[in-house]
Design a binder for this molecule. Structure first.
Ligand SMILES: [Zn+2]
Length: 218
């Protein structure tokens, strides 16, 4: 198993900088707790995201590799699926309605596509947190920066294993993930993609403990 390099702050390329494509990592990769990584996923490749210990969320964001304005879209995906919970056989769409991913396997069946990645501001607003708090948003934008992706390019993530429920009054609750050790989801890339992937940093989304996330490109 390889250890994915944790995200660390990086200076952002100027707007319009050419995107640098790097080879996809080989073999099983581990994202340490409260960190993230970025990689290229070629059309036809499959991304397997595994919860190695259980009850751990992983946020996924993606843009088209040669066209970063084409980005993952929660709104398009939920609209076209006609449901809130996407699983095997469903597609994740881009903002221009092209299919980015097809979900080929899913052993959990509960993932969130409503909420944005946890961020410094979220911890301050919801939890009155003081001082720096690791977050999926920071880990995504620092990881994706080397591919020319800016923080403002990152929208709603596909929150793998995140258990969000809506009651009849529309109230949103974040519960304990249903995933158990070894549970996984497999997403097939339908175009060349730049992907960011995290091991989520939010106490409330991960039953109070921070655990790693494993992934493999197949
Ligand atoms: Zn998070």
């Amino acid at each position: 198993m390889n250890l994915a390099t944790p995200a660390r702050p990086a200076s952002l390329p100027a707007a319009g900088s050419p995107i640098r494509l790097t080879e996809s990592p080989r073999g099983l990769q581990r994202i340490p707790p409260q960190s993230g990584t970025a990689f290229i996923l070629r059309r036809g490749q499959r991304l397997k995201v595994i919860d190695p210990l259980g009850e751990q969320v992983s946020d996924l964001f993606a843009v088209k590799a040669d066209e970063p304005a084409c980005r993952l879209s929660s709104g398009r995906s939920l609209d076209y699926a006609g449901k809130l919970y996407l699983s095997t056989g469903d597609a994740l769409y881009a903002n221009d309605s092209r299919v980015m991913f097809s979900i080929e396997e899913d052993t959990v069946g509960r993932h969130d596509f409503l909420l944005t990645p946890c961020s410094q501001e979220m911890f301050e607003i919801l939890y009155r947190h003081e001082g720096h708090h690791p977050s999926c948003f920071e880990n995504l934008h620092t990881s994706l920066a080397r591919h020319g992706i800016r923080p403002e390019d990152i929208g709603t993530t596909f929150n793998i294993f995140m258990n969000v429920t809506i009651d009849p009054q529309g109230r949103i609750t974040v519960g304990v993930p249903h995933s158990r050790a070894g549970d996984h989801i497999v997403l097939r890339a339908e175009m060349d993609l730049i992907c960011g992937l995290t091991a989520c940093s939010a106490e409330g989304s991960n039953n109070g403990t921070f655990k790693p996330i494993d992934f493999e490109i197949l």
